[in-house]
Structures are given as structure tokens and as C-alpha cells.
Design a protein around this ligand. Structure first.
Ligand SMILES: N[C@@H](CCC(=O)N[C@@H](CS)C(=O)NCC(=O)O)C(=O)O
Length: 219
């Protein structure tokens, strides 16, 4: 019997509902499916025009949602990636508990800096500090290029789409770039963004990422 493909609802591109969009949480789930070589089907959701069938399976109206064996749908990328790890343990994407928080404040720091209108409010430095923490971790704590060393793990798959958004969006809206001296971060993103799984699951165009964030920048 052929394996049944996993089903996952993910965000469609802003203004292009037939194209894979720019949700970092959706991409995280797709990256997990790709890295574990689990066959899957995606349903693209136009979050500006959510169909009723989608709202019935995702009452909060958020993507991603993943179809469970009993036909119910599970929301939230944290929950979904945990379910995938338990159901498909090989290859393992588990990282030690002490590494689970590496880089975990980068995304929220990025959003605060993006929305900041005051150059002296310390939010740029707060983001640099978080990126510096990741750089130091990659430099000092592990022997390989990933957060957990030689092999990619769930921590990298969560961080990669967020770093992708950060780089595109801060450059576009603020002309800001990750400081050159964070050499380990630069090498890390280069490696992650060139992985086959990432190339397959990233938003089709950078413009979709920019369009996704534009309403939040001036909110
Ligand atoms: N904590 C959730 C966050 C999911 C989330 O915020 N998804 C956004 C798109 S990136 C969404 O569905 N937004 C649509 C809406 O809120 O209407 C996760 O990790 O999956």
C-alpha cells in the first residue's frame, strides 16, 4: 500500500493565492517534513480571505495546521513539529534541552526593531545582542556548523525562516544588515538557506516576504 501523504495547511503568498507564501511557522513545518523525507501535500491558505472549511479546522484562523491520524487538525508549529518527531523519529531532529533557547529571542527582537521609530531606543542594540549570542554559541559551544553541532536539528529549522525574514525585511525597510563581524551567523545562514529543504520551501519571491510585513511596519 502506498504511504499516505501528510497534509498541512500553509500560508499562500500575499496577492498570489496559488503560490507558497511567507509564513515562517509554515515553512518550519515544511522544512521538518522535507528533512525527515515525509511525503506531504500542502493546502495554500489565503489568510486575507480564509475559506469556511479552513476556519472549521483552524478556529483561530492560523496556519500552519497539520492533519492527525484521527482526521482532526493540530495547530501551532511547536506542537506539529513535536508530533512529527514522535511519529517519524528518523532522522532525529532532537537537540539537547540546553540548546533549545539558542536564538529564541531573535525573532521578537527583530519585530521590535522593525517597528521602532526612535533610533535611540536601544532596540537595534537588543537585536544585535541576540544575534551576537547566536554567533558566540556557534563559535564556542559546538564543533559543527549547526546549533547542535554537525547535524541539523529542530532548533535550526525554527530559526532559519525567521532569519530569512529578518535579513530581507530589515534591509528593505531600514537599509539594515547583520553586522559583518558576526561571521558565524553569516556562515550559518548561508548554509541553511542553500539547503535543498530550504530552497524547496521558501517563499517564491522576496517580495512576498516584504508584502507580508508591510502592514506591520506602519501599524
Ligand atoms: N504560534 C503559531 C503562530 C502561527 C502564525 O502566527 N501564523 C500566521 C501566519 S505566519 C497566521 O496564520 N496569521 C493569520 C491570522 O492571524 O489571521 C505557530 O507557531 O504556528
Amino acid at each position: 500500500m502506498a504511504a499516505v501523504a501528510a497534509e498541512v495547511c500553509v500560508k499562500a503568498a500575499v496577492g498570489a493565492p496559488d503560490v507558497l507564501g511567507d509564513c515562517p511557522f509554515s515553512q518550519r513545518v515544511l522544512l521538518t517534513l522535507e528533512e525527515k523525507k515525509i511525503p506531504y501535500d500542502t493546502k495554500l491558505i489565503d489568510v486575507s480571505n480564509k475559506p469556511d472549511w479552513f476556519l472549521a479546522i483552524s478556529p483561530e484562523g492560523k496556519v500552519p495546521v497539520y492533519k492527525l491520524d484521527d482526521g482532526k487538525w493540530a495547530p501551532d508549529s511547536d506542537v506539529i513539529t513535536q508530533i512529527l518527531e514522535e511519529k517519524f523519529p528518523n532522522p532525529s531532529l532532537v537537540a539537547p534541552q540546553e540548546y533549545s533557547s539558542v536564538g529564541s529571542k531573535i525573532f521578537s527582537s527583530f519585530i521590535k526593531f522593525l517597528k521602532s521609530k526612535d533610533a535611540n531606543d536601544g532596540l537595534e542594540q537588543a537585536l544585535v545582542d541576540e544575534l551576537h549570542g547566536l554567533d558566540e554559541h556557534l563559535k564556542q559551544h559546538v564543533s559543527g556548523p549547526y546549533v547542535n553541532g554537525e547535524n541539523i536539528s529542530a532548533v535550526d529549522l525554527s530559526l532559519a525562516p525567521k532569519l530569512f525574514h529578518l535579513i530581507i525585511v530589515l534591509d528593505h525597510f531600514k537599509g539594515w544588515k547583520v553586522p559583518e563581524n558576526l561571521t558565524y551567523v553569516h556562515a550559518y545562514v548561508k548554509l541553511l538557506f542553500s539547503r535543498e529543504s530550504f530552497v524547496k520551501t521558501k517563499p517564491a519571491k522576496d517580495e512576498y516576504v516584504i508584502a507580508g510585513w508591510a502592514p506591520k511596519v506602519n501599524a
